[in-house]
Design a protein around this ligand. Structure first.
Ligand code: EPS
Length: 396
């Protein structure tokens, strides 16, 4: 079976994070710099805590590449935690004589409580170290490889923030159709890229920043809403024929696997529930210059579990992080006494970072859907197959 699969390993305050990415076709140009650029994007964002000032994420390529190109063999990446020297005792791999105090006040909304019960531990550090979003650095590294592959087929991935708490922009990327000039897309998303909250709307951006400042002052945290978009997808990724081949199902599963994500919508999403059919579905047109086309993209690029050639748009809701410097009420699991939840250094808002993680997961899903559709053990074989893809019915 020729599909990209990857495993990640690593605790937030352990020595390092690692990933093995298997199934990448041979002959793909890839460098540490390309991966580093994506890792750096994930570290940005107004509202991050002190940790991001310590880390300078850069993954080393250990295997799978020769002379700047993939070999088709497993690619392994290693990312050292720069914070590790401060944690060698707390996170020692070997037993220590003077272990640190156990943490026993689970944070409401965090993996702490269920994790402690499930894994039979009386120290929530055993759970939080792996449930931490630090792990997403490796997903971004693995996703960078998928993104690099998609770029060879002019498939591009973008993202922007729609809402942080009560501050929002009205703009949705499902306003872009396949006909949208590349320049328009690039202008919009590069505005989002330069924004400290990844929002292209300057008025909304200001409100978001003010809200994060307020949240920080109050010891609160904030979630939000954001969109990830893929342009340039050919028609027919995924399939209508079986539940586990539907592209939207794969996207939803990948997105829901990201820390703190509570909902995923495609295109209009839940708004389809209160409109007439004619207000929802995107009519089909044809003319000589544009070929088959739509004038809107409420479907978010997916019909019947398949890409329809329009931009794929997924909208995700992220909950406010459960670690708050004004802690919520909890219970000391050892004494059963009411206590404040555990607090340690954390981000006030990580929505702009989550955009980059969701882009990475979307890249992995789409790279796999493309491999599934056209096959090929090497980039050049995939490119040959890609040329033969029909763009419209009756072209086969
Ligand atoms: C996180 C808590 C913070 C975040 C961390 C996720 O880390 P620390 O506990 O070291 O201050 O900065 O995110 C990252 C380290 C990262 O790379 O994104 C948590 O508890 O989930």
């Amino acid at each position: 079976m020729n599909k990209i699969r990857f495993l990640t390993a690593g605790e937030s305050h352990g020595r390092a994070l690692v990933t093995i990415v298997e199934g990448v076709p041979a002959g793909l140009p890839l460098s540490e710099e390309y991966i580093a650029a994506q890792l750096e994007r994930r570290q940005r964002g107004y509202g991050r805590g002190g940790r991001m000032k310590i880390e300078r994420d850069r993954a080393r390529i250990l295997t799978g590449i020769r002379y700047g190109r993939t070999l088709g063999s497993p690619i392994s990446l290693l990312l050292d935690n720069k914070d590790w020297p401060n944690w060698t005792h707390k996170m020692s791999v070997t037993a220590v004589e003077d272990p640190v105090d156990k943490l026993q006040m689970p944070r409401p909304g965090h993996a702490d409580f269920a994790g402690m019960v499930k894994y039979r531990t009386d120290d929530l550090r055993d759970i939080l170290e792996r449930s931490s979003a630090r792990e997403t650095a490796m997903r971004v590294a693995a996703g960078a490889i998928a993104r690099r592959l998609l770029a060879e087929f002019q498939i591009k991935i973008w993202g922007h923030v729609v809402r942080i708490g009560s501050a929002a922009t009205d703009f949705s990327a499902s306003s872009f159709t396949r006909q949208a000039p590349q320049r328009e897309l690039e202008t919009f998303f590069s505005r989002a890229e330069k924004s400290p909250v990844a929002c292209a709307d300057r008025v909304a951006e200001e409100k978001m920043i003010a809200l994060i400042d307020q949240g920080k002052e109050k010891g609160e945290s904030l979630g939000g809403l954001f969109e990830v978009v893929a342009t340039g997808c050919p028609v027919g990724l995924g399939s209508h024929v079986h539940w586990d081949r539907k592209l939207d199902a794969h996207i939803a599963a990948a997105m829901m696997s990201i820390n703190a994500i509570k909902s995923v919508e495609i295109g209009l999403g839940r708004d389809v529930a209160h409109l007439f059919g004619s207000q929802v579905h995107d009519e089909i047109f044809y003319d000589e210059t544009k070929g088959f086309h739509r004038i809107r993209n409420h479907a978010g690029g997916i019909e019947g579990g398949m890409s329809n050639g329009e931009p794929i748009v997924a909208r995700l809701a992220m909950k406010p992080l459960p670690t708050m410097s004004t802690p919520l009420r909890s219970v000391d699991l050892a004494t059963k006494q009411a206590r404040e939840a555990h607090y340690e250094r954390a981000d006030v808002c990580a929505v702009p970072a989550a955009v980059v993680v969701a882009e990475a997961m979307l890249a992995i899903v789409l790279a796999n859907a493309l491999i599934d559709k056209i096959g090929g053990d090497s980039l050049s074989e995939m490119q040959e197959h890609f040329k033969g893809l029909p763009n419209a019915p009756m072209e086969w």
